[in-house]
Design a protein around this ligand. Structure first.
Ligand code: GLY
Length: 277
């Protein structure tokens, strides 16, 4: 019996609202990654590179909270496990800590001070992810907040600033995904987005891998990544993704991969790249 194995594929995005002019940078990131057999490693590696690049809203370059602090969310998932960190501070690569939560702790999610304490125990030293861009954002926000503790219509001011980075991978028929973000600017300290929540910003199973980017509040309410994952196999992946994304009135994007397809779709700009081998 003839058997055709699908090629290995990795798809990455630079966040809802990130311009397509970043596509060459994303392609470059993928070209720097040496192939490995483990799907999770292949999803995490490009996310680490995006966290280290101040262009993106993840790791170095994360947007600030309304009080000027930087808290980051990240998650990793493969067919056999999930790990995430919520509102972690002062680490260089939240996605690596999320992997350690999955592999070296009895838990699947750690948040706040506990996630920082865990990171230090795992050997991740103090790191300040602030950049000139994030401190300028903070200056502008302070200016607009001068006479208010919270801007009027705060809820509706939430607009993504090159939100979340993410990756999905199919390697030797196995799926994995990784996401990382500084969140949606402006936001309160302690605010949690979709990225570190299983089924909201990320989901992986036997049928494929899905990650979301965009306004986390709306993505969470719709359990978007799980909803898309559940539909895999009912029609083409592209049709499923497009239909679900088009339901949103706020900026949302998806990258997804299944046994024999991948899909990249957003209702806004979303830099992306794909490599196969
Ligand atoms: N999509 C990332 C966030 O809302 O935090």
């Amino acid at each position: 019996m003839a058997f055709t194995r699908m090629k290995n594929q990795i798809v990455i995005h630079g966040g809802a609202n990130s311009p397509s002019t970043l596509n060459p940078k994303l392609r470059e990131i993928l070209s720097q990654i040496d192939p490995e057999k483990d799907a999770l490693t292949m999803a995490i590696k490009p996310v680490v590179k995006m966290e280290d690049d101040p262009t993106f809203n993840a790791g170095t370059g994360s947007v600030p909270r309304i009080d000027g602090t930087i808290q980051m969310d990240a998650a990793v998932m493969s067919g056999d496990g999930f790990g995430s960190v919520i509102c972690i501070e002062n680490v260089k690569n939240p996605v690596l800590v999320a992997r350690d939560v999955r592999e070296k702790s009895p838990h699947i999610i750690l948040s706040g001070d506990g996630s920082v304490e865990f990171a230090r125990k795992m050997g991740y030293g103090y790191y300040n992810p602030e950049t000139e861009k994030s401190s300028n954002m903070m200056k502008q926000l302070k200016e607009s907040l001068k006479n208010n503790t919270l801007p009027e219509g705060f809820r509706f001011m939430i607009k993504s600033s090159d939100d979340t980075v993410g990756a999905v991978a199919r390697i030797n028929g196995k799926f994995a995904a990784a996401v990382s973000t500084g969140g949606s600017f402006p936001m309160l300290r302690g605010r949690v987005g979709d990225s570190p929540l299983i089924g909201a910003g990320i989901f992986v199973g036997k049928k494929g891998a899905v990650v979301a980017t965009g306004i986390g509040e709306e993505i969470m309410k719709n359990l978007l990544s799980f909803r898309i994952y559940e539909s895999i196999g009912t029609e083409s992946l592209s049709s499923i993704v497009q239909r679900e994304v088009d339901k949103f009135k706020v900026s949302v994007g998806i990258i997804a991969i299944s046994e024999n397809e991948y899909s990249v779709y957003a209702n806004t700009d979303m830099a992306n790249a794909m490599v196969e081998y």
